[in-house]
Design a protein around this ligand. Structure first.
Ligand SMILES: Nc1nc2c([nH]c(=O)n2[C@H]2C[C@H](O)[C@@H](COP(=O)(O)OP(=O)(O)OP(=O)(O)O)O2)c(=O)[nH]1
Length: 135
C-alpha cells in the first residue's frame, strides 16, 4: 500500500532542466551564471511541456549561444536541483557556429583535467567529475 509520502511524490511533477556539455577539440564549454547564486554551469535551461530533453537542449543552445548542436549521450543519472527541478546533462558536439555570449557573464573552454567542480553550481558537480575522469 502506498503511504501518504509515496502518493505525494507520485503526484509531484518534477521539471527537468537540461544542461549541455559541448565538447570541441577535447575541450568542454562552461558558462558562468552571474549573481549571488552564480557559478560555472552547463548552458541549457528548462524543458518545456511537450519537448524532449534533446529538443530543449537544441532550442536553448540556439537561444543562449547561437549554436547548432548535435546531442549525444547522457552524462549520468539526473541530480535534484530542488524539490521541483532536476538536472539532466548530455554531451553534444557543434554542428554550426561559434558560441556567442548573451546571457552569461563568461564563456570558457576547459580541458577536462582543469575542471574544478568546486567552482560549479552544486547540482553540476557529479557531471563535472564524470567529464574530468571519463573524457
Ligand atoms: N542552465 C542550467 N541551469 C542550471 C544548471 N545547474 C543548475 O543547478 N541549474 C539551475 C539554475 C536555474 O535555477 C535552473 C535553470 O534555469 P534557467 O534560467 O537556465 O532556465 P531557462 O533558460 O528555461 O529560463 P527561465 O525559465 O528562467 O526563463 O536550473 C546548469 O548546469 N545549467
Amino acid at each position: 500500500m502506498p503511504d501518504a509520502k509515496d502518493s505525494f511524490w507520485q503526484s509531484h511533477d518534477v521539471q527537468i532542466v537540461v544542461g549541455v556539455a559541448v565538447v570541441r577539440g577535447g575541450l568542454v564549454l562552461a558558462a558562468y551564471r552571474p549573481g549571488p547564486d552564480g557559478g560555472w554551469e552547463f548552458p541549457g535551461g528548462k524543458v518545456e511541456p511537450g519537448e524532449t530533453d534533446e529538443q530543449a537542449a537544441v532550442r536553448e543552445l540556439r537561444e543562449e549561444l547561437d549554436l547548432e548542436i548535435k546531442v549525444g549521450e547522457s552524462l549520468g543519472p539526473g541530480v535534484d536541483i530542488s524539490d521541483t527541478y532536476r538536472l539532466h546533462v548530455y554531451r553534444a558536439v557543434i554542428v554550426a557556429g561559434d558560441p556567442v555570449l548573451r546571457e552569461h557573464s563568461e564563456l570558457r573552454w576547459f580541458a577536462p583535467a582543469d575542471l574544478d567542480e568546486g567552482n560549479w553550481l552544486v547540482p553540476d558537480r557529479p557531471f563535472v567529475r564524470t567529464l574530468r575522469t571519463r573524457q
